[in-house]
Design a protein around this ligand. Sequence first.
Ligand SMILES: [Zn+2]
Ligand SMILES: [Zn+2]
Length: 143
Amino acid sequence: MTKSEVYFQKYCRRAGLKRSGQRDKVFNMFLKTEQHISAFRLFEKIRKQGEKIGYSTVYRTLRLLVKAGLAQTLTFGGETHFEHKFKHKHHDYFICSKCGKTIEFTSPTIERIQNRLAKKYNFTPQKHTLLIYGLCINCQNKQ
Ligand SMILES: [Zn+2]
Ligand SMILES: [Zn+2]
């Protein structure tokens, strides 16, 4: 078991939740997901493996992971996406408003400017995600 698995099991026990094979499956599949994923896409991925699982189980497990501090949500395109919060470096996004493709990027310069601005406004930032909408290279070529 990985560190985050152990952490999650402990969290569930403390929350008074019984161990569930289905919840474990959702969590394991989520761990294997590199980028952010919507609850529905994760549900489809698990179903493709021949697992009988309900959408609500997937959704509830993801919400539980957020509560446990192992996942965070990101809303764009009218949909909520979930991504790992552990061993994942901070990044911001370019989002194609035509096909939905996302590109992760990080810029120490932008981060520094944001922190400087926060100080200027006497604000203590806790988290942020910068979403920049536009057209990806494929969609630019199709125009
Ligand atoms: Zn950032
Ligand atoms: Zn595109």
